[in-house]
Structures are given as C-alpha cells and as structure tokens.
Design a protein around this ligand. Structure first.
Ligand code: SF4
Length: 332
C-alpha cells in the first residue's frame, strides 16, 4: 500500500510520542511508519486484533498491538474479544493457549518461536512421570505445549501457582517444567513438590551479586524479580511475582529507582508507561521473544504460511482446555 507524505508524517509523530521514552529517534520511527500504518489498516479490514506479550519489542507493543500483557491475560482477552482473527505476538505455546481458549477463532503467530521451558518437556515425559508417581497430581506451568497441558491435571501461571498447589488435598504434587520456579514455590508451601529440570534461559542468568551492587549504589532502590529466577535471587528482593505483579508494584510504589530482574520488555514498558520512574541495573533479552518483527506480522495478516496458523488436533485441544478450565476454577 502507498501513503501520502502527510499520512507518513502523522504516523511517525504518533510512534515517536511513545517510543522516544525507549530512545527511538524520529528518524527510526519514520522507517517503520509505512508498516505500522498498513498493519493497523489490515487489522480493521479483517476484524483482527494484535496481542503482544510484554517481552515484545516497543515498536510492536506501542505501534500495532491492541493489548499488551502476560500469557494468560492475553489468552483470556483472545477468548472474550469478538474479533474473528487473533495475531499473537509471542512464543508459540502462547498462541496455542489462545487457540485452546478460543477454538473457533483463527489464531496466527508471526513466527514459530520456541521457549527453553516449553521445549524441556514432552507429553511422553509427563506420561512417564504419571507411571512413576501414580495418583500424584500434576500442576503444569502455562509455559508448555498443548500436548503437555493435555496430559496434566491443571495448569497454573506465576500469579496463581501457589494457590493451585495449595488447593489439592494430596501432600505430594508434581510441578512441571520450571525447576527454579518449583524451588521458589517449595519455600512457600508445606507440600512436597516433585520438580522437572526445565529452566528459563533468560531468568536463570541473573545472580545475587548484581543485586548487592545495585543496593549499595542506589539507596532505597526497589528490586523486583520473576518467579523463574534462582532462589538466591528471589531471597534478596522486595517482590517476587509475575510481570503483571511487577508493573502493579511500580505503579503503586512511591520509590524513584527500580531494578527489574526479568526480560527487557518489562523495562521498556515501565520506561514508556511510567516515564517518571528510573530503571537501574541490567535486564536480559529473550532470544525467542525477540524473533518476532513487524515484517512477519504484516505477512501473517496478508498471506500467512502454514506455520503461522495455529492448528491443534481436537482431542489434544479438549484435554488441554480441561487443564486450563480447572486452573480458572481453582484460582477463583
Ligand atoms: S523469557 Fe524464558 S520462559 Fe519466557 S519465552 Fe523466553 S525462554 Fe521462555
């Protein structure tokens, strides 16, 4: 599609108003203006919405996304919204979760991006755990494939994992696949958790030393960490929680300085949405999340290839849905 100079200038200024907070220049914005205009036009024509995980790049979050959030929050929006088509900008398992919760909608992912946690475990691994520990409930973190969800008793997110674990009468629970999150949860429950060996390659990289250095340098700094970090990190911070918990904390807390021990997308969100708050320390990039770009989103809307369209065999979809529905029921 072609646009007038005036249309492109207006779009450049719209983008710059948001992206200047994350160091994009007006020239940078002018280079993507034609793409964001076309994507936003196609969305309207196709009755589509774009969902962007908080770990996406700022041009996607603030240039074309209709909703920004975490995996489960976005999947709920996908299910409740009346759009016919969903473009889910995130890793593959999140697109699958949206499809499980809204099977009648067309769900597209711009790229078939993986995830170290989701890839650490297969459905056969879960069946093997069931054989090894009969009658022990399996609580599965949402960062898993549809096949793994289908073999589980219930799913959970980082926000409701503890509540779900505590809701069972059994003393022993299998918690998969994130070992580090499992260790963090073990410190907060009397139940005996059996872990899997998966880790998030982004959150496992943070160490306690960086936290100590920041505390010395910035008196009164608030340090917030994700549940997927090691327990030596989570033991030394002001808040352990999900990305939504972190954003809420920053919004409500009067402190000026924050260290966010998570993926850099959250840092970008705070800089854009709370420009008065100061971010200190370093974040980590998720190479899987950062595979997505505007060009692929455009392609998914214009002429999606087979890999961009989420399809899940009905039997797996129905069983995976049961695990997600049970999560909703138990986390009320
Ligand atoms: S941040 Fe970690 S859990 Fe999230 S997609 Fe990347 S590797 Fe997977």
């Amino acid at each position: 599609m072609s646009y007038t100079k005036q249309q492109l200038q207006k779009e450049t200024l719209r983008l710059f108003e948001k992206l200047k907070n994350v160091n994009w220049s007006q020239e940078d914005c002018s280079l993507i203006a034609h793409m964001t205009l076309e994507i936003n036009e196609l969305k309207k024509e196709q009755n589509a919405i774009i969902l962007a995980h908080s770990y996406q790049t700022p041009d996607i979050m603030y240039g074309v996304a209709d909703f920004i959030g975490d995996s489960y929050g976005l999947s709920k929006i996908a299910a409740e919204h009346d759009a016919e088509k969903i473009v889910f900008c995130s890793v593959h398992f999140m697109g699958e979760t949206a499809k499980i919760l809204s099977p009648k909608k067309k769900v597209l992912v711009p790229d078939v991006a993986g995830c170290s946690l989701a890839e650490s475990i297969t459905a056969e691994d879960v069946r093997e755990l069931k054989r090894k520990y009969p009658n022990v409930p399996i609580v599965t973190y949402i960062n898993t494939s549809a096949e793994v969800k289908a073999e589980s008793d219930v799913c959970c997110t980082s926000s409701n994992a503890l509540k779900i674990i505590e809701s069972f009468d059994e003393d022993k629970i299998i918690f998969i696949p994130d070992r580090l999150m499992g260790e963090n949860l073990q410190k907060r429950t009397e139940k005996k958790l059996i872990f899997w060996h998966g880790t998030c390659i982004v959150h496992e990289k943070f160490d306690k030393k960086a936290i100590e250095d920041i505390r010395t340098k910035y008196v009164g700094v608030k340090i917030l960490a994700h549940y997927e970090c090691t327990s030596s990190v989570t033991d030394s911070v002001d808040l352990v929680g999900s990305t939504a918990d972190m954003l809420n904390y920053v919004k409500k807390n009067p402190a000026d300085n924050y260290m966010l021990i998570t993926e850099c997308g959250i840092t970008d969100r705070v800089k854009t949405e709370f420009p008065d708050k100061n971010i200190v320390g370093t974040c980590q990039l998720c190479p899987f999340m950062k595979q997505i770009n505007l060009g692929q989103i455009l392609m998914a809307l214009k002429n999606p290839n087979k890999k961009q369209i989420i399809n899940i065999p009905n039997d797996i979809l129905q069983r995976a849905k049961k695990s997600l529905d049970k999560m909703m029921e138990l986390s009320k």
